[in-house]
Design a protein around this ligand. Structure first.
Ligand SMILES: [Zn+2]
Length: 192
């Protein structure tokens, strides 16, 4: 799993009229492992960690749509899952964002993954954490086949420390979500 390239759009851009982050992802061997093939335990673990994913409409545009995409037929591919998790983690951190799009670049295993952000550091950290969480949830045999390479997204020591703080904040925010599910009506996250 590699982030090959990152672009931070500060205003209207080719993807949206608002700020988005684009990562070019290479999902490597996971190209052969869409979510339904990875297995129901993977999907169950993900939904348990982030119950807010129930509200993501995805292409169905109704709550539960994204979970349906994860489970039905072959399921969906890791880059698309990272998009939804990066959106959800930002929401958990108090940055309500809904827009995301993931499309193949045309190269096998490579994807343009675009998602909205409010605060740059939170947006960037959300994707890093999404990748770490998803790799952690993979079955052990698939985990062993993973090399995670996150492109260094900031070189300043101070920025790096800020990002770590954001990570820690997001992780602690995940804890209460296990016990209480928030109500978010009328907002369908991800892919549209
Ligand atoms: Zn989607």
């Amino acid at each position: 799993m590699k982030i090959l390239k990152t672009n931070l759009y500060l205003g209207p851009n080719q993807y949206a009229k608002f700020k988005v982050i684009r990562h070019v992802l290479d999902i490597g061997v996971l190209e052969d492992w869409p979510s339904a093939k990875i297995g129901s335990e993977f999907v169950d673990g993900l939904v348990e960690a982030l119950p807010g994913l129930h509200e993501h409409g995805c292409s169905y545009r109704v709550p539960g749509g994204f979970i349906r995409r994860l489970r039905e037929d072959e399921g969906t591919w890791m880059a698309h899952i990272i998009e939804h998790v990066a959106l959800e983690l930002q929401c958990v951190a108090g940055n309500e964002v809904t827009f995301g799009r993931t499309r193949s670049t045309g190269e096998v295993g490579q994807y343009n993954m675009v998602y909205a952000y409010i605060h740059k550091d939170v947006g960037l950290a959300a994707c890093e954490l999404a990748i770490k969480l998803l790799m952690h949830l993979l079955p052990k045999d698939l985990q062993k086949k993973q090399t995670i390479r996150l492109k260094k997204i900031s070189t300043g020591k101070q920025n790096r420390q800020d990002l770590l703080k954001v990570h820690k904040g997001m992780l602690s925010a995940l804890v209460p979500l296990h016990s209480s599910r928030r109500q978010r009506k009328g907002i369908f996250r991800g892919c549209g």
